[in-house]
Design a binder for this molecule. Sequence first.
Ligand code: TPP
Ligand code: MG
Length: 541
Amino acid sequence: MTDRTGSDYLLAAVEAEGAATLFGLVGEGNAHLVDRLHESDLEYRYARHEQVAVTMADGYARTTGDVGVCTLTHGPGLTNGVTGLASADRDSVPLVVIVGDTSIAGRETSLQYLDHLGMTDPVSVYGARAETTDTLPETTRRAFAKARERSGPVVLEVPTDVQEAPAPDEPYEPKRYETGRIRPDAERVEAAADALDDAENPLILAGGGAAASGTGGAIAALAERLGAPVATTFYAKGLLPDHPLCTGIAGTFMTPTSADLVPEADAVLAVGAQLSGKTTRYGDLYADASVVQVDVDREALGRHRDVDVAILGDAREVVSALTERVSPDEGRAERLRKRVREVDDPADLEFETAPDAVDPRALTVALSRASPPETVVTVDSGNNTGFPAVFHDVGVGGRMLVNGNFGAMGYSLPAALGAKAADPDRPVVCYAGDGSLMQVLGDLETAVRYDLGIVVVIYNDASYGIIRHRQHLEYGRETGASYESPDFAVVAEGLGARGITVRSLDDLEPVERHLAEGSEVPLVVDARTIPEVARPGFPPY
Ligand SMILES: Cc1ncc(C[n+]2csc(CCOP(=O)(O)OP(=O)(O)O)c2C)c(N)n1
Ligand SMILES: [Mg+2]
C-alpha cells in the first residue's frame, strides 16, 4: 500500500495502542491527520474549545483506566489546551496530545509557530517531535509508553510534512513490557505493622492511588482485621460504598463520620494518598500521629509532610502483606461499626429555605438519591465543589471525577463528555458552578451533537461564589465577583439541549425521570441556589 501516509500510520498506531476514540479540534496543523480519519475505524469526537478537547480525553482516560488521545493544531490550538494538560498533569492522568505542527520547511515563517514543547514542559511528563517519517514509529511508541509509565500527559508534535509523507514501512508495534507489581521491602512492612499494632486508634486513609489500583477489597480486609476505620481523600470517594467501617472523605470536605473518628487516630496508614494540604487540613489532621505512607511513586513519599515509615510498593501487595502480619482486634472493629452507624447522616442536616431558591446541599442530596449507583459524577472548581463531595453518594460501580489538584474552572462538563464517550451506558451527572460552566458553555453543543444524555446541574449563585465568600471574609466587601446569570434553560434550548429552571426541590421531577429512563438529549438543570450557603470546609479555604 504505497499511498498510505504518515497520518494513516499515526491513526493506526493510536488504534494499536488500544484507543477507540480520538478527541480533538481541527486546524491547519492537524487537518491532514483529521482528514485521514475517513479511512480509519477510530471514532472522532471534536470539541468547540481545545481545553475541552483535552479534558474530554482526560475524562475518557479516567473512565477507561487507559490513555486518552487528543489532536490539536499548532500555536493557538495548543495554547488553548494548556489548562487541560495542567489538570491532567497534576492528577497523573495518562494522555497523548498529538499536535499537528507547522511544516518543517515553513517553520520560521509561520505565523503560528511556537515552541510547543518548551511551553508544555511544565505541564506534561514528556514531549517529543516526530521530525521525520523514519522516527515516527519510535517517537509514537515512546509517547504512549511514557504516558503510561509516568501516568501523565505527553505532547507529540507531528509536522505537516511528516503527516503527508508516505508512511514508514515497518508495522507499528506498541511497546509492551510488564514491570510487574513493585514488591515492598519486608523490613518496612514489619515496621508499619508494628506501628499499626502499637496504636490505640489506627486509621487507614485511602487516596486516588488506592482507587486507581483497585485496592478497595484488600483495604476492607485489613480494616476488618485490624479494627480500623477507613477514611478516603476526595479522589477515592466511593472506594468502599456502604462499608460499615468506611467514614467517607477526610480533609477539606470532611464527612460527619470522619469528623468524629479521624482526629482520634494515633497511627495512620496512607495508601496512595499524597497527604496534601487538602487532605491534612493544612497540617491540622494527623499532626501527632505516626504516619505510614505507601505509594508506587517515589516522589509522592514524604512530599507534603514527614512520615515515620515510607513504603515504596504496589498498594495491594503492601496492604495484603500487612493484613497477614497485624494482630486482629475484633472488639475494636465491632465498636467502630457501631460508631459509624450512629453518626448523623449529612442528609439529615437542617437545610436553609428561601422562596425562590434551593439550598445547594438539599439539592445535591435529592439528586444523589435520584442517581443510579453506577453513575459517573463530575465535579468543578468553586464553592460548588463541596456539595457533591459531601452530599452526593457514590454507589457500587460509580465514580466521582475531580481535578482538585489544579482546580481549574471548566473541568466538569468536558470530563462528563469524555466519560460518556468511554461508557455510553452509564448515567453521567455533571455538577458545575455557573461561572465555571460559562467558560466552556459552547461545548453543550458537543453534548447535543453526540447525543450524550448527560445531566448538567448548575449551582447558580450568580457569582464567582467561592471568591465572593472569601472577599467578604478577608476584605469585608466584594469586587468583580457577582453578575447576572443568563437564563441557562433558554440558553440550553438554544444549543439544542433540554433546559429547566429549579427554584424548589419540587421542580426536580424531570431530572428524576431523565435519570431513571435515560435520554439521548442532554438536560441542563439551572438550579437557583441560596448564595449564602458556603461549602462544607469553608473556611479554611
Ligand atoms: C480557570 C480559572 N480561573 C479562575 C480561577 C479562580 N476561581 C476559583 S473558583 C472561582 C469561582 C467559580 O465560580 P462558579 O463556577 O460560579 O462556582 P461557585 O464558587 O460560585 O460555586 C474562581 C474565579 C480558577 N480556579 N480557574
Ligand atoms: Mg457561582
